[in-house]
Design a protein around this ligand. Structure first.
Ligand SMILES: [Fe+2]
Length: 260
């Protein structure tokens, strides 16, 4: 079984890139299930129901989010009922939506998808380590194939979660920092791991934002309205191959597809 994870889709450049290329990438890699991190889909910050539906219509099976999950308030009611779009599991209990979904694939197997937030700078209501064992157990009641999107600032938190889950989930993929790391690997007990799957959007930028604006805010400390950059668009992510019976991963390959 082959799972495609697409890293953080940023604004219209990221969405357009997927519109143009996702079907071909799915075919090229014989993908069964595609999971996308969509927390930056709406002009670089948050996601709306309309944009979530657009991504799903492009051939995406499930969407994970992150620290910007609730920036667009209209997403709340949508998350309450969606069986495809999840928010981090360790946000406050009162927030709408859930952090685990079971996604069916065309070949009859299914994939459990879990989304959690790291602690550094992101201030989750609860540590992901407090929740993750129960979530994994819940997912594994339905399917041995489980993917965890760990949305975190600190590489150490992502590595620690992956090692903690080694042998219990198929893949742990890091998101949020938008810079693809070169450490894709299969851990000793069969869990695929990459610290950061990268960014699907404009790389001629400061992690998706027009560089001039990001620099101005950092140099002056004054509020500056960020705009999504446009140039150097790439689709980034990872392809994980696994045994659908055991959930063990056999390979993980980071992908970087230039689009403009
Ligand atoms: Fe984020």
């Amino acid at each position: 079984m082959r799972i495609l994870f697409i890293a953080d889709v940023v604004g219209s450049p990221g969405r357009r890139a997927l519109e143009q290329r996702l079907r071909a990438i799915r075919d090229e890699h014989a993908i069964d299930v595609c999971v996308v991190n969509g927390e930056n889909a709406a002009d670089g910050i948050g996601i709306t129901p309309r944009l979530a539906e657009q991504l799903l219509a492009m051939g995406v099976d499930a969407i994970t989010l992150g620290n910007h999950a609730f920036r667009r308030t209209e997403i709340g009611p949508y998350l309450e009922t969606s069986d495809r779009v999840i928010r981090p599991a360790n946000t406050a209990r009162s927030t709408p939506g859930r952090g685990l979904v079971i996604v069916p694939s065309a070949n009859g197997a299914s994939v459990g998808v879990i989304n959690v937030l790291g602690s550094l700078f992101l201030h989750p209501a609860t540590s992901m380590f407090e929740m993750i064992d129960d979530l994994v157990e819940e997912a594994r009641k339905e399917t041995p194939v489980v993917l965890v999107d760990v949305h975190a600032e600190a590489t150490s938190e992502k590595a620690a979660l992956a090692r903690w889950l080694d042998g219990r989930v198929t893949a742990v993929v890091g998101t949020h920092t938008h810079v693809q790391t070169s450490d894709a690997t299969i851990l000793p007990k069969g869990t695929a791991f990459i610290t950061d799957a990268g960014m699907t959007g404009p790389h001629d930028s400061v992690i998706g934002v027009e560089a001039d604006l990001a620099i101005r805010r950092m140099r002056t400390g004054l509020p500056v309205r960020f705009e999504t950059a446009q140039g150097g668009v790439r689709i980034e992510g990872a392809v994980v191959e696994c045994d659908a019976e055991t959930g063990k991963a056999s390979s993980i390959e980071a992908i970087r597809v230039p689009v403009s």
